[in-house]
Design a binder for this molecule. Structure first.
Ligand SMILES: [Zn+2]
Length: 67
């Protein structure tokens, strides 16, 4: 299981989508859009699962590189 993170297009801050999923589910909902209330700017944004997953993965890679 992993959580999905996407980035607010207004503030560029990471947003936890509170969507915990395993890889089988992820494959099924890969191209689905996800609507969420942004905690940073208060607006409602729409992203898709693929973009959120990639954002989260890149975050992990860059964190690993720093430490
Ligand atoms: Zn936002």
């Amino acid at each position: 299981m992993r959580k999905l993170i996407c980035r607010c297009p207004e503030t560029q801050q990471p947003v936890d989508l509170k969507l915990y999923t395993d890889y089988a589910t992820l494959a099924r909902i890969w191209s689905n859009s996800v609507r969420f209330q942004c905690p940073h700017c208060g607006a409602e944004h729409v992203t898709n699962v693929e973009a959120a997953w990639l954002e989260d993965t890149l975050e992990v890679i860059s964190t690993a590189r720093v430490s």
